[in-house]
Design a protein around this ligand. Sequence first.
Ligand code: DC
Length: 235
Amino acid sequence: MNSDKKLTIAIDGHSSCGKSTVAKALAKLLNYKYIDSGAMYRAITLFCIEQNLVSDSIIDEEKLAQSIDKIRIDFRINDSTRQSETFLNNIRVEDKIREIEVSNLVSPVSKIAFVREALVAQQRSLSDGEGTVMDGRDIGTVVFPDADIKIFMTADAETRAKRRYDELIAKGQTVSIQEIRSNINQRDYIDSNRDISPLKQAEDALVLDNSDLSREEQLKWITDIIAERFNWTIS
Ligand code: DC
């Protein structure tokens, strides 16, 4: 299908705009590793909740700092679904980390400097020079500033809220569209305005607004770019 060159593909963007769906599909098509960096921030957040390190939405940073080196996050492929799933200290947390309680706390946890430092180091080592598709907020700006392809994804806020709502309802979670809307707005604000590695478009990123695009159209948009830039035939 293509050359021996293994690409690093960075997909950043706003909350709930479907980054992981496209990133997963792309990784599958190219036979690359997919890394969901948001899941890592979510796993640390779940750790804080489970260890009672949160009170009134304030994180006990001192206690978290004492534990950060002992927190193990890894991704394992589920044999039946063939999907990558998140494990926290050897326990599968793939569904728990997507719950609204975690979503409501993840942006404050992601602002903490030592959390970012630890996770960025892990993200770099997870890639290990293999073909990688990683999605998040700072992948093209901080984690892999030399990525071969950088995509900045976005969609209008209402479309994103509706998509996330449908996804959580389909998983059997009890949420309201207002709750989702306010979580998305709040996360976008905190993620874009924090001091360290804020969400911003890398100068050399290509913008994909997927408000009116199907999953297949988004994938084609990206593979057309890769094919043209590297003179590959992708099918
Ligand atoms: O991709 P996601 O919505 O699952 O990410 C959850 C949160 O994690 C997001 O609101 C901000 C944080 N995050 C981050 O700060 N940096 C990343 N590279 C990925 C996610």
